[in-house]
Design a protein around this ligand. Structure first.
Ligand code: PLP
Length: 402
């Protein structure tokens, strides 16, 4: 028993330290980390350069507040704008908060235009756990019991441009379209790049903001700084978190074009957001990703993992699809497979299952080729065994019934 609120089904394990893509538990057992703190620890654990920079920062300055200029904040905003081609940044402390800022921005733009702005969102989307981001999130399970929600959202089918067009035709107050280029929590569904480009054109034609949630897919994870860059487009609003701080909490709402200059002093704010420690972590993270060519590595190791999994699993009955981009990888089965998380843990591998039947892996960007192969070696037999044992049970039950 602990005094923690019962919000998580935690695995019965605690880690004491990590190094690279490895974590060590209280008994000294080693695990290969294919989850990276849910896409947060892109640099792995205890990266020497990040450790040194954070230690230096902590010894000098952790927090001052947004009452004053924060030089590290200005530097990180410059870097993010240079990498994205966008214009301005509001720093928050998490993905949900970055998304709240984005939603407030749409509403405030609507207010200035004299409309109650509506945002088109996607089925299976995941944008966070605050009330507004949950209202925009397409998970009935996460939303259940939390009515009443803030209004202002229209949900449409993902990857379906006609559905977006129809929703826009039906309501003249639509002011924005919001999506993940890869749906992470929703089950690693990847949008067609043509669809993303068509959305850009549609938003331009109709004067809507194109908003992209890169909280999970951003900061090099798919092999580009931001997943939407694979489509060669630029959003008006982009949100970041997770990998940006390498574990130090940080979120960012980035704006460009019609979305820039919307807020003035007093329209939005935060006590902690953009503090020197989180900003330093962001600055170092981006520099390390660039210097160590980690985006190229994400593509190479992602290809190794997906290729290896396909070789060993593609013909196995019960494996529906193996998909992903870079180091954002999903294996969809035709049945729930939550128990695999515990089985993988026992085999020394940290993974996750989302949407009940999608095994999800988000390894650190520093993963080596040997580690990529080890992931496949440890995971593939577990999936085969799970599917076989359940087929055996099914055929025995059928035989009995007959
Ligand atoms: N947006 C996306 C795409 C996410 O994957 C998540 C978290 O999983 C969030 C937003 C919410 O981020 P946070 O948990 O930091 O509030």
């Amino acid at each position: 028993m602990t005094h923690l609120m019962n919000t998580y089904n935690r695995l019965p394990i605690a880690f004491t330290h990590g190094k690279g893509a490895r974590l060590y538990d209280e008994q000294g057992n080693e695990y290969l980390d294919a989850l990276a703190g849910i896409a947060v620890n892109g640099l792995g654990h205890a990266h020497p350069r990040l450790t040194a920079a954070l230690t230096e920062q902590v010894s000098r300055l952790i927090h001052t507040s947004n009452v004053y200029r924060v030089r590290e904040q200005e530097t990180l905003a410059d870097r993010i704008c240079a990498l994205s081609g966008m214009q301005e940044v509001f720093f928050a402390n998490s993905g949900s908060e970055a998304n709240e800022a984005a939603l407030k921005l749409v509403r405030f733009l609507g207010y200035k235009r004299g409309i109650e702005a509506q945002t088109i969102v996607m089925e299976r989307a995941w944008h966070g756990r605050t009330l507004a981001t949950l209202a925009a999130t397409g998970s009935d399970k996460a939303r259940k019991g939390f009515d009443p929600f803030p209004t202002g959202f229209v949900s449409v089918r993902y990857n379906d441009i006609d559905a977006v067009q129809r929703a826009g035709d039906a309501d003249s107050r639509v002011a924005a379209v919001w999506l993940e280029v890869l749906q992470g929590e929703g089950g690693i569904y990847v949008a067609d790049l043509d669809y993303v480009r068509a959305l850009r054109r549609l938003c331009d034609d109709r004067g809507w903001l194109l908003m992209i949630d890169e909280v999970q897919s951003g900061i090099g994870r798919t092999g580009k700084w931001f997943a939407h860059q694979w489509a060669g487009i630029k959003p008006d609003v982009m949100t970041l978190a997770k990998g940006l701080g390498s574990g130090v909490p940080v979120g960012a709402c980035v704006a460009a074009g019609p979305a820039a200059g919307v807020f003035g002093p007093g329209n939005h704010g935060t006590t902690f957001g953009g503090g020197p420690l989180a900003m330093r972590s962001g600055i170092e993270t981006l520099e390390i990703i660039e210097k160590e060519r980690l985006m190229e590595n994400a593509v190479a190791q992602g290809d190794l993992i997906i290729g290896g999994l396909k070789r060993r699993l593609a013909a196995v009955r019960g494996v529906t699809q193996i998909r992903g981009m870079g180091l954002m990888i999903g294996i969809e089965l035709d049945r729930p497979c939550g128990e695999l998380v515990r089985q993988a843990l026992d085999a020394g591998l940290l993974i996750n299952v989302t949407h009940d039947n999608v095994i999800r892996m988000l390894p650190p960007l520093i993963l080596s080729a040997e580690e990529a192969e080890l992931i496949v070696e440890r995971l593939a037999p577990l999936i085969v065994a799970l599917l076989r044992s359940q087929s055996d049970v099914n055929s025995k039950t059928t035989a009995k019934a007959a």
